[in-house]
Design a protein around this ligand. Structure first.
Ligand code: PLP
Length: 362
């Protein structure tokens, strides 16, 4: 099997697993990190270390990192948590966000919040003018993803951050796919709320974080113990957090090399597709993530998937809604019309050695 679905999830790296293992196996490390006794000291220290590693990756203070169960929870916490007045609040987002953003916004609409969904051009980019023109007196949040999980398009985050700063509106950015592939600096980019997930960067599943700038106030979704500054109740997932921290440290140290390797793989892959007239690369002319290529094949995606079901793991649309028989909302927003049914997302690991094998299945 050739695994070309790393945008859905990645394997846990050996170094990450090695750091996690003691926190799953050793009796002296099992204590609740929030406890006051001696046995909690090492788990508490390990959590602090992980918090620092995540903060280092995004250039924040460690106290601004809130651990969650993944990007979906971080997104829900940021979007729902920032609303204080349901009858007089407005959110601006885009039509191509992950479902975690869109469904959170849809829920908020059902309880009275107004939401503007910005459209995108044929490459998946929003218009800055449209963003500026959508701002209202009661806009409480602008939420734009760093880079798209289906087509890889990178938004102009620096300019969007400037618009948010100039308008004094909090900026939330879902950087789930960007992290480990691109530099993400919350200070330089004026990001106030940033959502991350561990399992996209060779860390364990079920853990992620929300960066929240200190001055931004949000309400918790989960009430209970006072963990994470009262913003996320529940006993901390020590091993998961330790693994996530290590994955962030590796991502930071290898950022440039990872980008170079992935870009090379992507370029080889896309050259193969184009020179052999196998299909068309979506958003080819704009800045994209180096690990995602969405291709409009010359055959239907379903036919491709059936023919290659024992050979290759890829995605059509997004894995999160693969059980639902609808077209991808991202591809629909690009107005691809009937071409949508031919789209397949190939997403690479920096270890993918695939070009020599491509003839076997494409
Ligand atoms: N945001 C983006 C852009 C994603 O690609 C994903 C996962 O596919 C998520 C959010 C949700 O992440 P998690 O699986 O950690 O909840």
């Amino acid at each position: 099997m050739i695994y070309l679905d790393s945008a859905s999830s990645t394997y846990i790296s050996n170094e990450v697993l090695k750091e996690m293992k003691p926190f799953l196996e050793d009796t002296h490390l099992w204590a609740n990190p929030s406890s006051k006794h001696k046995c909690a000291e090492l788990p508490k220290k390990a959590i602090l270390n992980a918090r620092t590693r995540i903060a280092d990756l995004i250039n924040s203070d460690s106290e601004e990192v809130i651990f969650t169960s993944g990007a979906t929870e971080s997104i829900n916490l940021a979007i729902k948590g920032i609303i204080t007045d349901y009858s007089d609040s407005h959110i601006i987002t885009t039509q191509t966000e992950h479902k975690a953003v869109l469904e959170s916004c849809k829920y908020l609409e059902s309880v009275g919040v107004e939401v503007t969904y910005l459209g995108v051009d044929e490459n998946g980019l929003i218009s800055l003018n449209e963003l500026k023109n959508s701002i209202q007196k009661n806009t409480v949040l602008i939420s734009v993803q760093f880079a798209n999980n289906e087509i890889g398009t990178i938004q102009d985050i620096e300019s969007i951050g400037r618009v948010c700063k100039d308008s004094n509106i909090p900026f939330m950015c879902d950087a789930t796919q960007a992290i480990g592939k691109l530099e993400v600096d919350v200070e330089e980019l004026n990001i106030d709320l940033l959502c991350l997930s561990s399992h996209k960067i060779n860390g364990p599943k079920g853990v992620g974080s929300l960066y929240k700038r200190t001055k931004i106030k949000i309400n918790p979704l989960l009430h209970g113990g006072g963990q994470e500054g009262g913003l996320r109740a529940g006993t901390l997932n020590t091993a998961g957090i330790v693994g996530f921290g290590k994955a962030c440290e590796i991502a930071k140290n290898n950022l440039e090399m990872n980008h170079q390797k992935l870009s090379k793989i992507q370029a080889e892959f896309e050259t193969f597709i184009e020179s052999n007239k196998k299909g068309e690369v979506i958003a080819k002319s704009v800045s994209r993530l180096p690990h995602i290529s969405n291709i409009i094949l010359n055959e239907e995606a379903e036919t491709f998937m059936i023919r290659n079901k024992d050979k290759i793991c890829v995605s059509t649309g997004s894995a999160c809604n693969s059980s639902i028989e609808t077209h991808s909302h991202v591809l629909e927003a690009l107005h691809l019309k009937e071409k949508i049914k031919n789209c397949v997302r190939f997403s690479f690991e920096n270890k993918s050695h695939l070009v020599s094998k491509l003839d076997l299945f494409i």
